[in-house]
Write a protein that binds this ligand. Structure first.
Ligand code: DGY
Length: 329
């Protein structure tokens, strides 16, 4: 063992190529079983570590940072970073990186697949078939909502939102409307054929609404009873962002009363626990946070997180830093 090598924690099971890459530079403490470390154990294992390779399941709080003064870099294998107190990291000079771009198209594919599955009642149809409920043909049997040519609403028009917009516009001839904290540049809007709307207007106009905004305190439950009440009774709601964006109790109540037609959810508040009210409904498609889950994409995310960690601790500029100001400080 090289006493001069910096120590890093690999908090979850990672591809062999990641371990190989990190091992060339660091002494690795890889958590042997693939479980989520409870906060106390995470804190204990981070003692003496200069870097942490984490995923969306490890929470990095100010309290944890104070207890781990050697920590200089936190590299998450995820584009979302709401599990990391970024301000606290920056204040303590801890560099944080995430894994944008490499998952954009894959995640957009899934968002669109979930929209299709939800609007066209695919899970409901499969459940019925497996349960022996397919008795014959009927003109309105499992009739769902039209997708092509309808209005696609996107809340959160970042990279993934734009990739979904392209699929809707160029693949399905949809009218694309969106709302975002900041409006896109005119040439990007023109390229996507996307029209900016105020949030309430977006909710009113969308036939299918896809949520792709980052989670933050202000985004918490930003889709609740009042927002759902603005939507069309025929509308589909798809969430591939973070569970906390939707008030799940309000959504379950709305789905039960058919205030909107259906929902497709890949993310949940408190996941992997799923709100029991959602589990009882037939007009919701539920998937276990897998929007970026293809092997090539997950490998690319993992290697990018490793590259970030190597750069962060060897004096190079990491490819995708979230608080680059730490580098210049
Ligand atoms: C991400 O990258 O943020 C995805 O949600 C997977 O965790």
């Amino acid at each position: 063992m090289d006493a001069l090598k910096k120590k890093v924690l690999v908090a979850r099971r990672a591809p062999a190529a990641v371990i190989e890459r990190l091992a060339a530079h660091f002494e690795i403490d890889a958590v042997p079983d693939d479980r989520v470390l409870p906060p106390d154990e995470l804190r204990a294992r981070l003692q003496g570590k200069a870097g942490a390779y984490i995923t969306g399941t490890e929470r990095i709080t100010a309290e944890l940072l104070d207890a781990c003064p050697d920590l200089r870099a936190v590299c998450t294998m995820s584009v979302g970073y709401n599990h990391i107190d970024l301000a606290a990291c920056t204040a303590r000079g801890v560099l944080v990186t995430n894994t944008p771009d490499v998952l954009t198209e894959t995640t957009a594919d899934f968002g669109f697949a979930l929209l299709m599955a939800t609007a066209r009642r695919m899970s409901e149809g499969e459940r019925l078939l497996r349960d022996g409920g397919w008795k014959s043909w009927a003109w309105d049997f499992l009739a769902g909502a039209e997708v092509h040519g309808t209005t696609l609403g996107i809340l959160g028009m970042g990279r993934i939102g734009q990739a979904i917009a392209r699929r809707g516009r160029f693949g399905f001839g949809m009218q694309v409307v969106y709302h975002n904290r900041s409006r896109l540049a005119a040439d990007t809007e023109a390229e996507l054929g996307a029209r900016y709307l105020a949030k309430d207007e977006l909710l009113r106009q969308a036939d299918h609404l896809v949520l792709v905004l980052p989670y933050s305190a202000e985004a918490h439950h930003c889709i609740g009873a009042a927002e759902i009440a603005l939507m069309k009774p025929t509308a589909t709601l798809v969430n591939i962002a973070r569970g906390g964006i939707v008030d799940e109790d309000a959504l379950a109540a709305a789905l039960r009363k058919r205030l909107i037609a259906a929902a497709g959810l890949d993310v949940f508040e408190g996941e992997p626990r799923v709100n029991p009210a959602l589990l009882t409904l037939s007009n919701v498609v539920l998937t276990p946070h897998i929007a970026s889950a293809t092997l090539p994409t997950r490998q690319a995310m993992a290697l990018l997180a490793a590259d970030n960690l190597v750069a962060a601790l060897t004096g190079a500029v990491p490819p995708t830093p979230l608080n680059p100001q730490v580098l210049s400080a």
